[in-house]
Design a protein around this ligand. Structure first.
Ligand code: SF4
Length: 371
């Protein structure tokens, strides 16, 4: 890296990983695979003064292509995998959840995972064991995709572009096995400038196949409530064998810090809550502990509004910008021809060819954290 801080652990400055990523890109013996998180596409153009309509994910792909990454994929694919695993896990745990009166919590936000482990350690066992989309993406790349390419996984250098500083920490939790480097949206801006890339002159380019395809359900992961909504869409299908209306669970949308809703899933009431911001998380956790509230499934994101407002995004002063970023994601969901994670053809192929089914032995080994 290029840490020039006088603080030995780099805690006082944001770690800049552009250098190690470019080293990997230039090394011909290394295959660089980059994934782009959903929230990044809502904001990367802001620092270049580009409109939301112009600064699409596809234009970002075109810029990354110029830098020389070998494969450019979409974290949304892995968000769909996360839904398959986490949705199945929720249904498997539901009898115990009903019996104990305590919920399962989402586990895709490293800020939240650290928070519950340090502040409410007695509840940490209630986290979903599913890895986050970032980590699942790395694990799938270095197993299924390496096999497809016929290369040694050791030769793959997996880069994530994230709206988030905590993701730099998360990728070290497994010893850096799945993901090798994390760049924030702001570091992408610096990288583009270093390469004299003028985004206003870029055309649009598509993500590569097969890990570049994601559904409308996967893309809303970037906003508070998105993981819950995507999970409910697929849980409904898993229980009933039929798809719900794609917008059936839209009451969990919106930037409120603590939302709740109740849905009926084949005769069973499912009580859900969605919170963002750690102050709201603490209030919600205390309310669960004091038995003031009862939920079955809870989504928590540590940044207010979710990843669209992450610490690695371009700096903004105005809360209306978060609203605008949120609207980009729900627009992408609305216009996607596939709005259910379980209908993602690349995800289906990945299970058919490699993981067999959600929660299989291999899925547990690669897509879940060890407890
Ligand atoms: Fe990172 Fe914030 Fe998203 Fe959590 S909510 S994953 S800390 S950007």
């Amino acid at each position: 890296g290029q840490c020039v801080s006088s603080c030995p652990v780099g805690a006082l400055t944001e770690r800049d990983d552009v250098g190690i990523v470019l080293d990997a890109v230039e090394n011909e013996d290394i295959i660089t695979v980059v994934q782009v998180a959903p929230a990044v596409r809502t904001a990367w153009g802001e620092s270049f003064g580009l409109s939301k309509d112009f600064a699409t994910a596809q234009r970002l792909v075109a810029g990354l292509r110029r830098i020389g990454f070998d494969y450019i994929f979409d974290t949304t694919f892995a968000a769909d995998m996360t839904i398959m695993e986490e949705g199945s896990e929720f249904l498997e745990r539901l009898p115990e959840i009903k019996e104990s009166g305590l919920p399962m919590f989402t586990s895709c936000c490293p800020g939240w995972v650290k928070f519950i482990k340090s502040q409410f350690p007695d509840m940490a066992g209630r986290l979903s064991s599913a890895k986050s989309p970032q980590q699942m993406f790395g694990a799938v790349t270095k197993s299924y995709y390496a096999e497809k390419l016929g290369v040694d996984p050791e030769k793959i250098f997996c880069v994530s572009i994230m709206p988030c500083i905590a993701k730099k920490d998360e990728c070290t939790w497994d010893g850096g096995k799945d993901v090798d480097a994390v760049l924030t949206t702001r570091e992408v801006e610096r990288m583009f400038k270093a390469f004299f890339i003028k985004p206003e002159e870029l055309g649009e380019d598509e993500f590569d196949d097969p890990l570049g395809s994601g559904t409308g359900a996967g893309v809303i992961f970037g906003a508070t409530g998105g993981v819950m909504e995507a999970a409910l869409r697929s849980a409904y299908f898993l229980v009933t064998g039929k798809n719900p209306e794609a917008d059936a669970f839209q009451s969990v949308r919106g930037l409120d810090g603590w939302k709740e809703a109740k849905f009926n899933l084949a005769g069973t009431d499912i009580r859900v809550a969605v919170a963002s911001g750690l102050g709201n998380a603490r209030r919600l956790m205390n309310a669960i502990r004091n038995k003031e509230v009862h939920y079955d499934f809870v989504e928590i994101m540590s940044c207010p509004g979710g990843c669209i407002n992450g610490g690695g995004q371009p700096y903004k002063e105005d809360a209306s910008d978060v609203e605008a970023r949120k609207n980009v994601l729900y627009g992408l969901d609305r216009h996607n021809s596939i709005r259910f994670s379980h209908e993602n053809p690349s995800v289906q192929a990945c299970y058919k060819e490699y993981f067999e089914k959600p929660l299989s032995h291999r899925a547990h080994e690669l897509l879940h954290v060890e407890e």
